[in-house]
Design a protein around this ligand. Structure first.
Ligand code: NAG
Ligand code: NAG
Length: 247
């Protein structure tokens, strides 16, 4: 076992820093908002809050911090852009550590134990979402806000879903993630398209490989600016662990 048991209270040690409140982002980047979205009525599948609910989140995702689609202008923001100075996806940090990248933001580092990233509160004292639980071959529907990237004149770049091996001791490198892509989703699969194109809810559904062994996995949600393994990956964000896959 590489994870020691520590009291849940540990997370609370990181008291909210007032500095964070001063950061205001004006960028419009998408991010994975929900990892396990379930439609209330499968006959009316819609990504709107009115027509479904979320049952699993990315690491340290503050669930009630802001209305849908507004966490890219939060402090810290929820999206993660790999450094543009070294736009090499193979050697970029795969998960935001809150410090590196083009616009430092959310802390997506692995929790110790893993469950610590899904329990309690974030550094600003906001309640964070639970870990996603599924099973080998199970279907997951992931949701994201369109921001300004689902309008007709934007190129439709796929959302790429990549997976780690079972029970990784640390997060995969970006190259390892790109080596295990399990799904490509239509970024512009949005519903409830109102006047404000930034807040269109979008999402995609896919099946997990049925060959998975039960355990913990890290899953990455990735939106490219270019084709896979080409030079630049810009808007991206990681998903957290999928917990306890049931055989
Ligand atoms: C597109 O979104 C709908 C919900 O409106 C969902 O049922 C469907 O599975 C999505 N399509 C894909 C390919 O993910
Ligand atoms: C990243 O790795 C892949 C697979 O090894 C390789 O094909 C690609 O050229 C690499 N990309 C860069 C920018 O080095």
């Amino acid at each position: 076992m590489f994870f020691t048991t520590r009291p849940k209270a540990l997370l609370v040690v990181f008291v909210a820093s007032l500095v964070l409140l001063l950061i205001q982002k004006s960028s419009a980047h998408s991010y994975a908002d929900c990892i396990d979205w379930r439609f209330t009525n499968p006959k009316n599948p819609s990504w709107s809050d009115k027509n479904g609910a979320c049952f699993g989140y990315a690491r340290r995702f503050p669930i009630k911090a802001k209305p849908f689609a507004k966490l890219d202008s939060d402090g810290p923001n929820r999206h993660y852009q790999q450094s543009h100075k070294n736009p090499d996806p193979n050697h970029s940090l795969p998960c935001s550590d809150g410090k590196e990248g083009e616009e430092p933001g959310a802390d997506e580092t692995m929790g110790i134990p893993i469950s610590a990233a899904y329990n309690g509160k974030d550094k600003r004292g906001r309640i964070i979402g639970v870990q996603t639980t599924s099973k080998p071959g199970g279907e997951l529907c992931i949701r994201w806000p369109a921001k300004n990237h689902a309008v007709p004149n934007e190129k439709n770049q796929p959302v790429v879903i990549a997976l780690s091996e079972v029970n990784p001791k640390k997060d995969p490198t970006q190259l390892e993630f790109l080596d295990n892509i399990i799904a490509k989703l239509d970024y512009k699969n949005c519903t409830d398209k109102g006047e404000n194109t930034d807040i269109w809810p979008c999402g995609g559904c896919f099946k997990l490989p049925s060959s998975l062994k039960p355990g913990n996995f890290v899953m990455q949600w990735l939106k490219n600016d270019a084709v896979i393994c080409d030079k630049i990956i810009r808007d991206r964000s990681t998903l957290g662990m999928i917990g306890r896959l049931l055989a």
